[in-house]
Design a protein around this ligand. Structure first.
Ligand SMILES: Nc1ncnc2c1ncn2[C@@H]1O[C@H](COP(=O)(O)OP(=O)(O)OP(=O)(O)O)[C@@H](O)[C@H]1O
Ligand SMILES: [Mg+2]
Length: 254
């Protein structure tokens, strides 16, 4: 029995093919979500079939903002339950899960039995999301991959006072014009995102261990900023952008 998990996110579409008996990943892939997100899913499924020969699945589940678009027999599951299941696969001891994607941020608390006990979600404001990183990378003329190592070289604390990405962009343009170091600007953005998450997480009674997932968790400097602000170690699962699709593939079998 092989299962398929699909996560149609606002920024990226991910699939994971999972073997529940061996509890192992058979295939995973991630592509940018196209204007027609179903094309992204089809492209990934073609790639998966090319590499594994698999095209029929015993069970399938779909999550993410576009989860209702995939009109098949796939189960439609919430992002909260899928991210929790994906994280618990790697870290069964996790108690608090932070997922930051391209468009929203979610914080999930997990009970001792590995069940979701509470969550908060911010999908109204881009300031605590990957969108802020994308804008910053454009303004600093670097890739998302480079942003983390750039910020790691920061030696001066700069502050971004705007709590809105639109105004923060003007602040960044001003900093660039004032010859502020790109490293210090990148670090200031990471600290600003971490502050937003600190505010969001404070609405919950959260406990360690804290796990950070979603594409934004690929940014190691931001993980460090968040860990310092929360004053607790934070771990990141392998390929954190895939956690939602992995959770969907795991839950599809249940
Ligand atoms: N290599 C990278 N380094 C740092 N950050 C990255 C990298 N790749 C992607 N990101 C960030 O991850 C974000 C996308 O993450 P993810 O794929 O989890 O989002 P999504 O699931 O499509 O969005 P949402 O869950 O909000 O609908 C991007 O906005 C970007 O900021
Ligand atoms: Mg997502």
């Amino acid at each position: 029995m092989i299962t398929l998990g699909i996560d149609i996110g606002s920024r990226n579409t991910k699939i994971v093919i999972f073997d529940p008996q061996k509890r192992s990943l058979v295939f995973s892939g991630c592509v940018a979500t196209e204007v027609n997100p179903l094309r992204s899913v089809e492209n990934l499924l073609v790639r998966a079939e090319d590499q594994t020969g698999l095209k029929d699945f015993a069970a399938a589940a779909c999550t993410g903002y576009g989860r209702k678009l995939w009109k098949t027999k796939a189960r439609v599951l919430s992002e909260i339950s899928c991210h929790a299941a994906g994280v618990l696969y790697y870290q069964p001891e996790a108690k608090t899960i932070i997922d930051i994607g391209g468009q929203d941020s979610k914080i999930i608390t997990v009970s001792g039995e590995g069940k979701v006990s509470d969550f908060v979600m911010n999908d109204k404001c881009a300031a605590g999301t990957g969108r802020f990183l994308e804008m910053t990378a454009l303004r600093l003329d670097c890739s998302l991959d480079e942003l983390s190592s750039l910020a790691a070289a920061s030696s001066l604390v700069l502050d971004i006072s705007s709590t809105c990405v639109v105004f923060a962009e003007s602040e960044i343009v001003g900093m660039v014009a004032d010859n502020s170091a790109p490293a210090d600007i990148a670090r200031a953005v990471h600290n600003s995102i971490a502050e937003r998450i600190l505010t969001q997480i404070s609405a919950l009674e959260y406990q360690p261990p804290v796990v950070f997932t979603g594409g934004v968790a690929l940014n190691a400097d931001l993980v460090g900023c968040l860990s310092r602000q929360l004053d607790t170690p934070i771990s990141v699962p392998p390929s954190p952008e895939l956690t939602g699709a992995l959770g969907a593939a795991i839950l599809a079998a249940q």
